[in-house]
Design a protein around this ligand. Structure first.
Ligand code: HEM
Ligand SMILES: *[C@@H]1O[C@H](CO)[C@@H](O)[C@H](O)[C@H]1NC(C)=O
Length: 324
């Protein structure tokens, strides 16, 4: 009797768990029958954009991160500001550094022509990020899809949900944990900083006014600090430097090599060396390209599941810049 009831409760709990919107069902090949060319169309548009500007790959990897951390991966990063509402994309964290919105528009226009009202803007970002990883790493992974689009985008929400480059390890760990990501996954995903560029203003404090007693952050390699000072004079803004100078276009373990030489560009990068556990993981990645590749793609897929809308939640936007 008791056993029977226990079994029933268990089945009920399982059913609730499986239906829970927190565990929304994404599947690989979600558009296989409804829009068979969906992933191909996105890939073609990303490839085309990459051919004229190879910096675009970094933008899409970052765009997916910034979409997912604010209100979940719901395409909220793509909504335009309107009178009375400044959108996420116009937060100083994203504007002007985050680019590629026009490429998403091009893909969406073709997708609407091919299969009207079917493919979400949130999925387009996830596909574009995956394609960008392939272009930067030669590594392909299948992206679970079926995300739907949100209707809200607030610049104000970016500040509490996206980490600033000044964060220390405890702050970073806490913010990733609040999104359901482990400290290990954080170290792995930070490897995305092996591609792309950063504005001098994102790290100039480390060069010129670290604190009241030390001008230059002592945890920054002095040779690297000198190089950076040349490229970024005091107060420079609008000038960018590569985040992983040896291989700025390759999503590779060179980022971790850099951390072991105190060449992490941000406080948040070098912070990964500030505890034994994370420093060990940096070393493990540095020594094993396969380990990094496998864990990076797995962590990207997990990040892509944060707070997604699925089933009948949200909508499929017809234009990624405005709600229907
Ligand atoms: C761990 C905490 C993180 C912090 C504090 C952080 C912060 C930043 C900052 C400040 C920039 C430079 C923006 C600029 O000055 O133009 C940047 C660039 C970038 N971030 Fe992160 N980020 C973090 C994690 C991530 C993650 C998890 C990803 C993706 C998986 C990512 C992908 C990128 C990429 C690809 C760029 C280069 C963008 C470009 O070249 O346009 N970041 N990040
Ligand atoms: C400034 O930074 C150095 C190096 O991290 C540290 O030793 C020192 O205590 C800091 N000073 C202040 C006033 O925070």
């Amino acid at each position: 009797m008791g056993l029977k009831r226990g079994g029933l409760l268990l089945a009920l709990a399982l059913a609730l768990y499986l239906c829970s919107p927190l565990e929304a069902q994404l599947t690989v090949g979600f558009y296989r029958t409804t829009c068979p060319r969906a992933e191909l169309i996105v890939r073609e548009e990303v490839n085309k954009a990459f051919q004229s500007d190879n910096g675009i790959a970094a933008d899409f990897v970052r765009m997916h991160f910034h979409d997912c951390f604010v209100r979940g991966c719901d395409g909220s990063i793509l909504l335009d500001s309107k009178p009375g509402n400044t959108a996420e994309k116009d937060s100083p964290i994203n504007n002007p550094s985050l680019e590629g919105f026009d490429v998403i528009d091009n893909a969406k226009t073709r997708l609407e022509a091919a299969c009207k009202g079917v493919v979400s803007c949130a999925d387009i970002i996830a596909f574009a990020a995956r394609d960008s990883v392939r272009l930067s790493k030669g590594l392909f992974y299948d992206v679970p899809s079926g995300r739907r689009d949100g209707r809200v985008s607030l610049s104000a929400e970016t500040f509490a949900n996206l980490p600033p480059p000044t964060f220390n390890l405890a702050q970073l760990t806490q913010m990733f944990a609040s999104k359901g990501l482990t400290q290990q996954e954080m170290v792995t995903l930070s490897g995305a900083h092996s591609i792309g560029k950063a504005d001098c203003s994102s790290f100039s404090r480390r060069l010129y006014n670290f604190n009241s007693t030390v001008q230059t952050d002592p945890s920054l390699n002095p040779l690297y600090a000198a190089e950076l000072k040349q490229k970024c004079p005091p107060g420079a803004s609008g000038t960018t430097v590569p985040m992983d100078p040896p291989t700025p276009l390759a999503l590779d373990i060179s980022y971790y090599k850099g951390l072991l030489e105190n060449r992490g560009l941000f406080t948040s990068d070098q912070a990964l060396m500030s505890s034994p556990a994370t420093a060990n993981q940096v070393r493990a990645n540095r020594n094993n390209n396969n380990l990094f590749s496998t864990s990076f793609t797995a962590a990207m897929i997990k990040m892509g599941r944060i707070g997604v809308l699925a089933g009948s939640a949200g909508e499929i936007r017809l234009n990624c810049r405005v709600v229907n």
